[in-house]
Design a protein around this ligand. Structure first.
Ligand code: NAD
Ligand code: AHE
Ligand code: ZN
Length: 370
């Protein structure tokens, strides 16, 4: 049976740095190896704001952003075997085909199967499933969760237990998984280690959770916003530093002086390259933050000659289809906080308020009820 086009509401970014426009969009049925999802909830991540702002060199317009969603499979295209209609799913911006060189390498979660077209805002066949005002609208990160219905590749979603609430589980689609995975999977923080987390937003707080679970002894949260202090405490940080409050010292000097020569692991969750450079203190730096177009990291090679290491992580190194259900389980067992991140709830019509809240600094995550 050939599915029908669905007309629904979506938040469209027509041009950089304009408010999102809530309007009708036509969503074509899924083609072979594609799945159409009814999105019920979506979080709003800093990376969405970054692309909407026009600072993302890969950002093309008009586009439907959003990559932290939860929903129900509405229909499937030909040859889809991994999910069925009615499954509760989380779309994955990091696909997992389980066949490509990268998937089978055991070294990375970055699957190559849909990478090229995804980066261009297209489905794997090079076309888009979205139309509005008679124009093609681009996909975003292979997910486009700011639409009531979206179409994704069958390698770009994972079914989760139907008993978990999607209004919270959606957050596992990016921020929480990224931070937790950075600490537990990418860096593999050891028992007793000293960790510094730059930026205590959703991602940074999730790094803190991962550090706590792996038994880190000292967990230092660093944020220029004092309201993040109580958040960092709640998630298990042992120290909080606001770089504005440390007088003439730079934050790296401060950490070296206060923590016996520096830290074992530092995580950048700000996207600020100046912060990343300061965070290369000792031990290993894990870059998570997304820096703006044209920004470059620079450091003296001597720093790595003498043993420092720089690594990075996308989606915390987590393979979405094979490993995300384990995170859902961890949460259900009470070992991973998820609902605690939700500070704001809005309807789709108020989605721009989510980005205003992010800007204002008093928000960890807004969840949009679609
Ligand atoms: P957020 O805006 O909620 O949090 C960022 C935090 O950094 C805020 O608390 C802010 O006050 C703090 N901050 C900003 N400048 C600072 C500075 N100079 N020093 C110290 N703290 C500073 O954002 P988020 O959603 O948690 O995302 C964090 C970063 O991670 C963003 O750059 C985002 O694009 C990126 N990200 C990357 C991945 C990935 O897979 N690599 C996934 C999700 C998000
Ligand atoms: N397009 C940006 C880079 C964006 C980026 O780094 N994206 C991360 C996810 S951020 C989620 O909030 C990522 O996973 N990238 C890996 C991938 O496969 O794209 C730029 O600056 O060009
Ligand atoms: Zn994100």
């Amino acid at each position: 049976t050939i599915g029908k086009t669905i007309t629904c509401k979506a938040a469209i970014a027509w041009a950089p740095s304009e408010p999102l426009s809530i309007e009708e969009v036509e969503v074509a049925p899924p083609k072979a190896h594609e799945v159409r999802i009814k999105i019920l909830y979506t979080g709003c991540c800093h990376t969405d704001a970054y692309t909407i702002s026009g600072k993302d060199p890969e950002g093309n317009f008009p586009v439907i952003c959003g990559h932290e969603g939860g929903g129900i499979v509405e229909s499937i295209g030909e040859s889809v075997t991994t999910v069925k209609v009615g499954d509760h799913v989380i779309p994955l911006y990091t696909a997992e085909c389980q066949k490509c060189k990268f998937c089978i390498s055991g070294r990375t979660n970055l699957c190559s199967s849909v990478r090229t077209t995804q980066g261009m805002g297209l489905m794997p066949d090079g076309t888009t499933r979205f139309r509005a005002r008679g124009k093609d609208i681009l996909h975003y990160m292979g997910t486009s969760t700011f639409s009531q219905y979206t179409v994704v590749a069958d390698v770009s979603l994972v079914a989760i237990d139907k008993s978990v609430s999607l209004d919270k589980a959606c957050l596992l689609g990016c921020g929480i998984t990224t931070g937790y995975g950075a600490a537990v999977k990418t860096v593999k923080v050891e028992n007793g280690s000293v960790c510094a987390i730059f930026g205590a937003g959703c991602v940074g707080l999730s790094v803190i959770q991962g550090c706590v679970l792996n038994g880190a002894k000292t967990i230092i949260a660093i944020d220029t916003n004092d309201t993040k202090r109580s958040w960092a405490d709640m998630f298990g940080a042992t120290h909080f530093v606001n770089p504005i409050d440390i007088g003439n010292k730079s934050i790296d000097e401060y950490l070296v002086d206060s923590f016996d020569g520096g830290v074992d692991y530092a995580f950048d969750c700000t996207g600020n390259v100046g912060v990343m450079e300061q965070a290369l203190i000792w031990g290993k730096l894990c870059v998570i933050g997304v820096a703006a177009a044209g920004q470059k990291l620079s450091f003296k090679p001597f720093l790595v000659v003498t043993g420092r290491q720089v690594v990075g992580t996308a989606f915390g190194g987590i393979k979405g289809r094979s490993e995300l259900p384990d995170l859902v389980q961890l949460w259900q067992n009470g070992q991973l906080k998820v609902s605690e991140y939700i500070t704001h709830e809005r309807k789709l019509a108020q989605i721009n308020e989510a980005f205003e809240a992010m800007e204002s600094g008093n928000c960890i995550r807004t969840v949009i009820d679609m």
